[in-house]
Design a protein around this ligand. Structure first.
Ligand SMILES: N[C@@H](CCC(=O)N[C@@H](CS)C(=O)NCC(=O)O)C(=O)O
Length: 209
């Protein structure tokens, strides 16, 4: 059975939970990270060198990095899933959007989340948060336009791992107390498309904490 380490409030753990659920894979989840701790032991760090979540163990394999984990799950258990198309071109497109999430989207998203949700109001760097909202708004406009052009999701009319990589951050964007959130109807349509997935509602569309 697949073992997953990670608290359910982590955006990167949510990606794995959403994927496991879409693929109907059985798993055991162990609370780790944040207030649960458990990530600062030598044993845990052999699995995840920075002591972050998520991590998985499957048979003899131990794996970290959420995007690599969800690609592995499709490769190992659902090679024909539309979540991660086999053909080189469509597959590369999904991977490019997943890379874009990690390299461009996660930094401003993290500034906003840490600033608004994890930092007491009196200690917030409002300037940094406002700049991150502008930066992330530009990225969200790109994503919304892309999903509209593709017929609903980033890489076509059906969801893929690319959408799963962004989903937790997109939910937070609409549920954090953000000032001057730009009005992006195509982004909202992409979010609404995600909300048609029961697995998204179960694991991602939850209280932001
Ligand atoms: N690039 C990594 C980032 C992992 C990461 O930053 N995880 C955060 C939670 S979203 C974490 O472990 N924070 C410390 C903690 O929860 O103890 C991934 O995608 O898996």
């Amino acid at each position: 059975m697949i073992k997953l380490w990670g608290r359910t409030t982590s955006s990167n753990v949510m990606k794995v939970l959403w994927t496991l659920d879409e693929l109907a894979l059985p798993y055991e989840r162990i609370d780790a990270g944040g207030a649960f701790g458990g990530t600062d032991t030598a044993e845990y760090r052999r699995m995840n060198p920075l002591g972050l979540v998520p991590s998985i163990e499957d048979g003899g394999l131990r794996l970290f990095e959420s995007n690599s984990i969800i690609r592995y799950l499709c490769n190992a258990y659902a090679p024909d899933s539309t979540l991660y198309p086999r053909a080189p071109g469509p597959r590369a497109e999904v991977e490019a959007w997943m890379d874009f999430q990690q390299t461009a989207q996660s930094r401003p998203a993290s500034t906003i989340f840490i600033g608004l949700i994890r930092t007491p109001a009196e200690r917030r760097d409002q300037g940094a948060i406002a700049a991150a909202v502008v930066e992330l708004g530009r990225i969200w406009a790109i994503c919304g336009d892309r999903a509209a052009a593709q017929g609903g999701f980033l890489c076509g009319p059906a969801p893929s791992l690319a959408d799963i990589a962004f989903g937790p951050h997109l939910h937070r964007w609409f549920h954090m107390p953000i000032d001057n959130r730009p009005d992006l109807p195509r982004l909202r349509a992409w979010y609404d498309a995600m909300r048609t997935r029961p697995a998204f509602l179960r694991h991602v569309a939850v209280a932001v904490e």
